[in-house]
Design a protein around this ligand. Structure first.
Ligand code: SF4
Length: 449
């Protein structure tokens, strides 16, 4: 795309400090958003998708400056600000992270947000009409009758009636409240809307109606939209492009059709595999992400998805079935975390051999393999010998030596190297070592102008 983006986000970060001790010193940070970059063009909808807790809502509130970003730029070229160039010191006059109060108020006139739960954003003692009209008053429209006329027209446009102006929020259903929220977001005629899970609390039939209304309104008002959802099937209905977010980072971005037909990142692949299909003949098996779910306070080294990835790469010294490799890494991580409960595994082994006395080391080892989905024998003899030695020392309650053996032999390149973006086609990138080669790697960098 050659036109100027309406919104440019570059290396945006939002870290929350973690404090501890008597002096309340900072001991770390939760990296909710950790360096995301993307553009949104006029009239376009970009979907931001990922599991709950991946940082997508924090990204939204940071972009809207409802909370202060830690680092990065959010350049907004709407509201009459198009065509601005960078200042001599490299800063951008349209970077909202540097806006003062007055500029921020003006920005909020042109950029609005819709939340998942509209009920909580309405005052129960104010009629919905007054709640929508208040936006006009705040931004300087003093003529009460004019405000009423504009709001009544808008209520009709979102599928309600002019008489609804004088009704209170509790008189509306969830879907109707979301329509009022849409009217409120549109009343100032914005250029840009952030919709954070706007339909996830609605029933399926109502959801479809609200989504179709949003599509219509977007076209009619020429809006650009950042649409946040955890649900790929919702994203498919409304978004022109999709950015997939995992643990504070964007791992893949591309046009919706391309990304759905040809996902390049294993995480995107897993999200797509979870979409239910009505026809049992075409139903694919969902990819189950086994492994440790990491925390943004301590993100994994290298590729952040390596603790759960079903395609996690084997080192050149290991050659086994991919699912055994995943199981082996899961086992290694659990041992390393001290999360192996040998007592309960012994009890389970007792049940398995129907014995009331002691469990032989060999039985315990077999039981551990069973409980961690490890086969009786790995296809690679060397790898199996190391695993067997680790199980031996573990059966003797020597966790430390087991950790040493497992973490020396079984290391994935994915935990050692951070993947860069690889460009697959125009506007389609993903960050995974499986695709990386020196010529294809690209990094999203800020435009110079
Ligand atoms: S880099 Fe490795 S762990 Fe990360 S997505 Fe690619 S294969 Fe999976």
């Amino acid at each position: 795309m050659t036109e100027e983006p309406l919104l440019t986000v570059r290396d945006l970060k939002k870290h929350y400090p973690l404090k501890a001790g008597l002096l309340n010193r900072q001991v770390g940070a939760a990296r909710a958003v950790d360096g995301i970059s993307f553009d949104i063009y006029p009239g376009e909808t970009l979907g931001l998708v990922g599991e709950s807790g991946c940082g997508k809502s924090t990204a939204a509130t940071s972009i809207m400056r409802l909370e202060e970003p830690t680092e990065g730029e959010v350049i907004f070229n709407g509201g009459g600000r198009a065509g601005a160039t960078r200042n001599a010191d490299g800063s951008h006059p349209n970077d909202i992270t540097g806006f003062n109060r007055k500029e921020l108020k003006k920005f909020r006139r042109h950029a609005q947000m819709i939340f998942q739960d509209p009920a909580s954003s309405f005052n129960p003692r104010m009629t919905v009409g007054s709640a929508v009209a208040e936006m006009l008053l705040v931004h300087g429209m003093t003529d009460k009758e004019r405000r009423r006329t504009i709001v009544q027209n808008l209520l009709e446009r979102v599928g309600l009636s002019a008489e609804d102006y004088d009704r209170y929020p509790h008189e509306f259903s969830g879907g109707q409240k979301q329509r009022v929220a849409l009217a409120r977001a549109l009343v100032l005629n914005p250029d840009f809307i952030v919709a954070d899970e706007p339909v996830s609390a609605l029933d399926v039939s109502i959801k479809a109606e609200v989504l179709s209304l949003m599509n219509e309104l977007q076209e009619e008002f020429g809006l650009a939209m950042l649409f946040i959802s955890h649900d790929m099937s919702t994203i498919a209905k409304v978004c022109d492009r999709v950015a997939v977010m995992y643990l504070g980072e964007i791992v893949e971005i591309g046009e919706t059709e391309t990304l759905f037909e040809n996902p390049q990142h294993p995480y995107t692949e897993a999200l797509l595999s979870a979409i239910p299909t009505p026809d049992p003949r075409t139903r694919s098996e969902g990819i189950e992400l086994k492994g440790t779910v990491p925390s943004p306070t301590n993100p994994p080294s290298g590729c952040r998805f390596h603790t759960r990835c079903h395609r996690v790469i084997q080192p050149s010294s290991v050659d086994i079935e991919q699912e055994d490799w995943r199981a082996l890494l899961n086992f290694r991580d659990r041992v390393q975390m001290g999360a192996i409960d040998l007592e309960s595994i012994r009890e389970n082994a007792l049940g398995a051999v129907d014995s009331e006395t002691t469990v032989e080391a060999s039985e315990l080892k077999t039981q551990i393999r069973t409980e961690f989905d490890l086969p009786e024998q790995l296809a690679d003899t060397d790898a199996d010998t190391t695993l067997d030695e680790a199980l031996d020392v573990l059966a003797n309650d020597n966790v430390e030596d087991a950790v040493e053996l497992l973490t020396t032999k079984f290391v994935t390149p994915c935990e050692e190297t951070k993947p860069q973006y690889t460009e697959h086609s125009t506007d389609h990138r993903s960050a995974c070592l499986l695709h990386e080669d020196a010529d294809a790697s690209v990094e999203l960098v800020a435009d110079d102008d």
